[in-house]
Design a protein around this ligand. Structure first.
Ligand SMILES: N[C@@H](CCC(=O)N[C@@H](CS)C(=O)NCC(=O)O)C(=O)O
Length: 215
């Protein structure tokens, strides 16, 4: 059995999207972020990232976590790369070079892009969309967004000229910037690619499940 710990309103969304693309079933255990609860330690609190039972599975105390027949893996992008490789097909790397490129983009996305898109998501959710903090993160994104726009204009997709796990990983990272009304519009190839990714039926399945969860 393959279990995914994490509510859909978390980075588990990228794993759930991939699972639907792959046609595999992940048994989802909806562990919620402790900080979203009024009292994460209360005896009647739902299973959350501070629950001893969850920490016993993953001492890192963050979601998502994958458990695949006893094999435990953290880090949402590593989980996606593992699932893609395990199940194969066009979503997975075709050779060692594609594998390396998919890792390269995952690391770039996590270190150079998500560090700026996630604060933008939070700021808009908390009514701070016009803050200096958002402006600073938007400015810091200029170089990565230029790079990604040129890459997508030339290649159409992140790796191998086809839709793959690398597109899911980067699209989910960029989704966090979408509450910003103008940021992505200046990058037409990127914006068109992101719209196409999010028009995929598997994304829509994940998005409907996310919407069905309490905010
Ligand atoms: N780099 C990690 C980040 C994991 C992470 O921070 N997850 C958040 C939810 S998206 C979390 O569990 N936060 C709970 C907490 O910090 O207590 C990944 O991509 O999986």
């Amino acid at each position: 059995m393959t279990t995914l710990y994490g509510v859909t309103r978390s980075r588990a969304s990228r794993n759930l999207w991939l699972a639907t693309e792959l046609g595999i079933t992940l048994t989802q255990v909806p562990v919620i972020q402790g900080y979203r609860l009024p009292d994460a330690a209360a005896p009647d609190a739902p299973l959350n990232t501070t629950s001893p039972a969850f920490l016993a599975i993953s001492p890192a105390g963050a979601i998502p976590v994958l458990e695949d027949d006893g094999f435990v893996l953290t880090e949402s992008l590593a989980i996606n790369l593992y699932l893609a490789r395990k199940h194969g097909g066009p979503l997975a790397p075709a050779d060692a070079q594609e594998d390396a490129l998919m890792q390269q983009w995952a690391l770039y996305g996590m270190t150079s892009v998500e560090t700026h898109t996630l604060p933008i998501l939070y700021a808009f959710a908390e009514g701070r969309g016009d803050s200096a903090e958002v402006a600073a993160h938007a400015a810091a994104l200029a170089r990565p967004l230029r790079l990604l726009d040129a890459h997508l204009a030339a290649q159409g997709h992140m790796v191998g000229g086809r839709f793959s796990v690398a597109d899911i990983n980067m699209a989910e990272i960029l989704r966090y910037a979408q509450p910003h009304p103008t940021l992505l519009a200046g990058y037409p190839a990127l914006a068109a690619w992101l719209a196409a990714c999010q028009a995929r039926p598997a994304f829509q399945v994940m998005w409907a499940a996310r919407d069905a969860e309490p905010a």
